[in-house]
Design a protein around this ligand. Sequence first.
Ligand SMILES: Nc1ncnc2c1ncn2[C@@H]1O[C@H](COP(=O)(O)OP(=O)(O)OP(=O)(O)O)[C@@H](O)[C@H]1O
Ligand SMILES: [Mg+2]
Length: 314
Amino acid sequence: MLTVEGLSVRADDLELVREVSFGIGPGERVGLIGESGSGKSLTALALMGLLPDGVTASGTARLGGRDLVGVPERRLKDLRGRTVSMVFQEPMTALNPLMRVGAQVAEVMTLHGVAAGRARERAAELLGRVRLPDPERIARSYPHQLSGGQRQRVMLAIALANEPDLLICDEPTTALDVTVQKQMLELIAEVAPALLFITHDLAVVASLCERVLVMYGGRVVESGPLREVFKHPRHRYTEGLLAASRLAPRGTRLATIPGAVPAAGRFPGGCVFRDRCAHATETCATAPALTDPDLTGPEPRGDGHAFACWHPRR
Ligand SMILES: Nc1ncnc2c1ncn2[C@@H]1O[C@H](COP(=O)(O)OP(=O)(O)OP(=O)(O)O)[C@@H](O)[C@H]1O
Ligand SMILES: [Mg+2]
């Protein structure tokens, strides 16, 4: 349903996201993980056509037969919300503080041609659908009168208003306390038509997603079915990420990845992870391609577990 091929994002001469390719099927929930500065948000913003000024995307992304990259802004406005919608980390910056939340939910529908009266009715329905108690009262409230968790539910109602085919969530629960976070995740799992979920929290991905993409240095370095990748990570970066989390495969010790994520443009050539990797050799000066060895080996299994590493974990 969503097919992304060779998606790159650049700002001036800096390549911030490089040749990213993946797909998301109908109803599928895909996690996008990686340390801060890996290019996760830029990938999502490129799909939404919401890149900041001076930042451009190339490559192709198609959703339900429509192009998302390289489309004029006028056409994008029409697609955004209807085809793909996004929930951001900080709902307070995304909501208008001077407008009642019911009117804000209704507005995204009237912008897409729904009549005002019908949009108001649907807004209350949607606020109920995201499990806000007493939706009529919530609709009349201003954002500051709601809790952080309630505001995030309003954002989800807005994202769902025009029945998108794909929902993208970028760290939607980081600012919420643990119990509210859990409820929000259950709700997202229930209402998302198909999901791209960005987070640092590997446990959240493990509970929510069927597939996972691991990004580092603006590239996807490993991807595949969640169980495969988390139980048997192959890329040394994924191995490090898992070892540093509480989801470490049995027998590994809680560890950290040495060094820090370089600033954009400061990643080494070849394998982007090689200056932090204990297994790097001269071979790693050549960039490894993201491939699924099972597809090229003697007995192709084709579970779609791919990685870009010259010295993978066995
Ligand atoms: N407008 C911009 N101009 C130049 N560089 C940018 C711009 N926006 C982001 N970057 C750089 O691109 C890289 C990737 O940014 P991005 O926001 O996608 O990271 P991320 O994986 O979402 O990180 P986080 O987990 O912290 O949200 C970072 O090094 C960032 O500094
Ligand atoms: Mg981000």
